[in-house]
Design a protein around this ligand. Structure first.
Ligand code: ADP
Ligand code: ASP
Ligand code: MG
Length: 911
């Protein structure tokens, strides 16, 4: 089955050359409509344009259009494929240099006729609205603000024009400014501006930019006319404070305009502004120039509409919010509409309808990067069997500053007209309902409106439903402020099962609470309402889940000592590979010790973290640190890695997990601490999507916890776990051979750094007891550390020694007892080993010195290795044994690191 390849959509390397091939299907035949950016225009003999135009009797077909080529000279409106429509946004004409670049693009486009729609210079429309605001607030600083507007355009014109062109533009500019001054004075006196006054004032930015651009194009010797779109575009205000184009009337006026102006083949028209049928100046509302261009495209039946802006095309998400967003090569009209409606302001949502009617493709391109091919928006691309191509989810968009309104009550069920009453009340106050969701129980209707409109909505609803509220038929009209909408858009979602499951799963894993959900029955989008502060995190979480970007984790490290420091170095060395190969971006945004901490939103430079801690570290504050790690709105998931042995820090885990911060740790204090606290954490973990990993608490990097879990999860039954859990004690007894004394081996181990600074910490057996407690609890026993019998190897009289030195000095006095035990064992063909035991059958644990036959695996150990034997229902004859180095900074840090990566995989990184 032949499949249309997206690779077929050839990109144009530059504005002056190359074409797009738009594959398109009608019936079962694939044809290709080549749309040009440059001189090399070619068209397939049959195009869907022709077909759609033949279906529409009002519309002149594109084939006949070509015969109208000479009609300009006759003063008639020529229409059709010979026209290219370009729209340049405010940033494209932000200063004189940019205006020159735009003129170059216009000049170099090889289409035979060009209609260019231009926005006001960047920020000018805001300045114009500000003038009105000042004047109607009776603030006479509108005068100086108007001077700034004048100065901006005067200076730009001076840099661009000279001679007659400059003189005539300057005369027009000064004249306009004088008129504006008079008008603003009137507004100042009245303290009020009518809508038509405002619309007249704010539209000046486009009048000036269009005239300047036309003059610059003329400088290159081409014939170029500017068009005041108020003479042509007629729009009718509608009930939702928007305007609707009157195409028939606009077409008439366009004919008239052509008959009155000896227009050449390049026309520069103002965006944004238009007239009412009564010839009153009006606008297409904020960001309306895209819409102007689309209407022009439809009026001229142009072969393409190119919207030039400051980004390479439509991204899979707002590039200001998701740095890994990718450019979409193509979008269907429907997808583009959904993206723009739900907040992707790269395109005004109303741009689609006028051009869609004539199948005119829209291309979004970057004026600052002409080599980028841009995004092509056209009819849905399908293969021969009508199968839609491309990813199920194309992109994500968000809308901020919303409030949710929840109308709730048992009296709504089965009562016809409730929804209509609600929405007619909302309509009366002119509020714009962005999303609606109703549960099938009809118990509640919930909808989102812009925050600034919610007060009026709430008042209207309370007044409309006063009786129902008083009578208890409605229980409440609840307003939930500070909300945002997050929408996933993609036409192929309709035919792909599981998309919403993946979407919601990603949100759950990022610990995002969803306030409301809606899925249009077109299934082209899934929309959720979330708290505003969660919105960017939510956006990034879903974006990365659909493999559009990396899994990014905000990492906070507590305790950059030997282990924490080694971990930081390991992350530093592995970061590039993780990013490239595993799509995991570990961003260490905080490191805290007990006195200093270092915070960095973009991630600490791990090649210099030690110096940075010293030079730029601030006073450590664990609450601030936690807030920082979690409060980073740009990274969906946060993890705190506790590399301390501190019980206080461990007591915060519950709170962190509750706040949605994942926890990774080698610190044994939480899992071997008070039983009720441990059970609370485990309970929370089971209920939430927040993860808590602690592999390195037992056996450092050895897979002990994970082996145990694997056994339990697959239905095995643990009978006994027995092992040498302490690297130090392993070393001591592995080397306690021949005629060496025990104190001698301890001194050697201390010297080699194998013991804690005070060896009693190892010899007391508490550390082993903690590990036994952890494994016992992991196996389901409810054991407490205190209840565990622990055989201490610290002679009783030495427990009170004030220092490690004193202890070491006195230890030889007690050598005899252990030497005796060793000799007895040896006589029986056995060795001494200090072991921990979890007896799952007898539901107890012990830590003691035991004897093992010389051929027992525990007797074969060397160095400081750990060895752990799991005896289970499945591994009954031969226990399952895990053996290897169980201490040391490198292996412990490695164990922690692999937990962090496990977390990243759980959160959606490809494995
Ligand atoms: P113009 O002045 O050219 O009309 P806009 O500011 O209206 O430009 O729109 C372009 C901006 O839209 C970009 O700079 C980008 O920050 C923003 N934007 C938001 N969402 C998207 C998206 N999904 N893809 C591309 N740009 C987006
Ligand atoms: N200049 C207008 C605005 O800023 C229209 C536009 O640029 O799209 O809203
Ligand atoms: Mg725009």
């Amino acid at each position: 089955m032949p499949v249309v390849s997206l690779a077929k959509i050839a990109s144009s390397p530059a504005v002056t050359a190359g074409d797009f091939t738009v594959p398109c299907i009608y019936g079962k035949r694939l044809v290709s409509n080549r749309v040009s950016f440059g001189n090399s225009r070619r068209r397939s003999p049959v195009s869907h344009r022709v077909r759609s135009e033949l279906q529409s009797p009002r519309v002149l077909g594109s084939v006949t259009d070509l015969s109208l080529d000479n009609s300009v000279e006759n003063g008639h409106l020529p229409k059709g494929d010979s026209w290219a429509v370009h729209k340049f946004g405010g940033t494209c004409v932000g200063n004189s240099e940019r205006i020159k670049d735009v003129a170059d693009v216009v000049v170099n486009d090889g289409s035979s006729r060009k209609l260019v729609v231009v926005s006001a210079m960047a920020k000018v429309t805001d300045m114009m609205y500000d003038l009105i605001h000042r004047a109607q607030s009776r603030d006479d600083s509108y005068l100086s603000a108007l001077d700034a507007v004048l100065e901006k355009h005067r200076a730009t014109a001076l840099e661009l024009l000279y001679g007659d062109e400059l003189a005539s533009f300057s005369a027009r500019l000064h004249n306009d400014i004088n008129n504006l001054k008079a008008m603003l004075r009137a507004i100042y006196i009245a303290g009020h501006a009518t809508e038509s006054f405002s619309d007249f004032v704010v539209g000046h930015g486009e009048l000036w930019s269009a005239q300047m651009l036309a003059a610059v194009v003329r400088k290159s010797g081409l014939d170029c006319t500017w068009m005041d779109a108020r003479d042509v575009l007629v729009v009718v205000p509608n009930s939702s404070s928007q305007v609707d184009p009157d195409f028939a009337e606009s077409e008439k006026r366009l004919e008239k305009w052509f008959s009155q102006n000896s227009a050449g083949k390049i026309i520069i028209a103002t965006g944004f502004i238009a007239s009412t049928p009564e010839n009153i100046p009006t606008t297409l509302k904020r960001d309306g120039s895209d819409f102007s261009a689309a209407i022009m495209g439809a009026l001229f039946r142009s072969h393409q509409l190119t919207i030039w802006t400051d980004v390479d095309g439509v991204y899979s998400a707002d590039p200001r919010k998701v740095s890994d967003a990718v450019i979409l090569k193509t979008l269907s009209y429907q997808e583009a509409w959904e993206m723009s409606y739900f907040g992707a302001n790269v395109l005004h949502p109303r741009t689609i309808i006028p051009v869609m009617k004539y199948d005119i493709p829209i291309v979004i391109r970057n004026i600052f990067n002409l080599s980028a091919p841009g995004t092509m928006i056209c009819r849905q691309i399908e293969d021969e069997d009508g199968y839609k191509l491309d990813a199920p989810v194309k992109g994500f968009a968000t809308i901020d500053n919303l409030a949710l309104v929840n109308v709730e009550g048992t009296g709504m069920a089965g009562v016809p007209g409730t929804a209509s009453a609600i929405f007619s009340a909302v309509k009366e106050v002119g509020a714009n309902v962005i999303m609606i969701s109703q549960a099938s129980s009809e118990h509640s209707v919930c909808f989102a409106v812009p925050e600034k409109e919610v007060k009026a909505v709430s008042e209207a609803l309370n007044s409309r439903f006063r009786q129902a509220l008083a009578g208890g038929r409605l229980s409440q009209i609840e307003i939930i402020p500070n909300c945002s909408i997050l929408a996933a858009v993609g036409q192929k979602m309709a035919s792909t099962p599981g998309v919403s499951a993946t979407f919601f799963n990603a949100l759950a894993k990022a610990n995002i609470n969803i306030r409301a959900i809606a899925q249009g029955c077109s299934e082209f989008n899934i929309t959720v309402v979330v708290k505003r502060e969660d919105c960017i995190r939510a956006l990034r979480a879903v974006h990365s889940r659909f493999y559009l970007s990396r899994t990014t984790l905000a990492v906070g490290i507590i305790g950059p000592g030997l282990i924490g420091g080694t971990l930081l170095d390991q992350i530093r060395d592995q970061a590039a590979v993780l990013k490239e190969e595993f799509k995991i971006d570990l961003r260490v945004i905080g490191i805290t010790g007990s006195s200093k901490m270092l915070l960095s939103e973009s991630g600490v430079d791990l090649s210099r973290w030690r110096e940075l801690m010293k030079e730029e570290g601030e006073s450590a504050n664990i609450e601030k640190f936690t807030q920082y790690v979690k409060g980073n709105h740009f990274i969906p998931n946060s993890v705190i890695v506790d590399c301390t042995a501190d019980a206080d820090i461990a007591s915060s885990y519950y709170d962190w997990l509750l706040r949605g911060i994942h926890v990774v740790t080698p610190n044994k204090k939480a899992n071997s601490g008070p039983l009720d606290q441990y059970l609370k954490i485990r309970d929370l973990q089971r209920k939430s999507y927040t993860h808590y990993f602690y592999e390195a608490t037992v056996g450092a990097g050895l897979p002990i916890i994970s082996t145990l879990r694997g056994l339990l999860e697959t239905g095995d039954k643990i009978l006994r776990i027995e092992g040498i859990f302490s690297g130090t004690l392993s070393y001591l007894f592995n080397n306690f051979v021949g005629n060496r004394s025990f104190s001698d081996v301890v001194a050697e181990a201390k010297q080699a750094g194998f013991t804690e600074p005070d060896p009693r910490d190892d010899l007391s057996g508490t550390d082993v007891a903690r590990k036994v407690t952890i494994l016992a609890r992991e196996s389901g026993l409810k054991l407490d550390l205190d209840s565990l019998p622990v055989q201490s190897l610290v002679p009783k009289p030495l427990q009170a020694c004030a220092s490690a030195e004193e202890f070491m000095q006195k230890l030889p006095q007690f050598d005899e007892e252990l030497s005796k035990q060793r000799q007895e064992a040896e006589a029986a063909g056995e060795v001494l080993r200090y072991v921990g035991v979890v007896d799952a059958v007898g539901k107890k644990g012990t830590v003691e010195l035991k004897r093992y036959k010389k051929d027992h695996p525990f007797a074969q150990l060397s160095g400081a290795d750990n060895i752990i034997a799991f005896t289970t229902k499945r591994y009954k004859e031969q226990p399952l044994i895990v053996r290897g180095p169980g201490a040391g900074a490198q292996v412990t840090a490695g164990g922690i690191f692999s937990d962090i990566l496990r977390l990243a995989f759980y959160l959606g990184a490809p494995s």
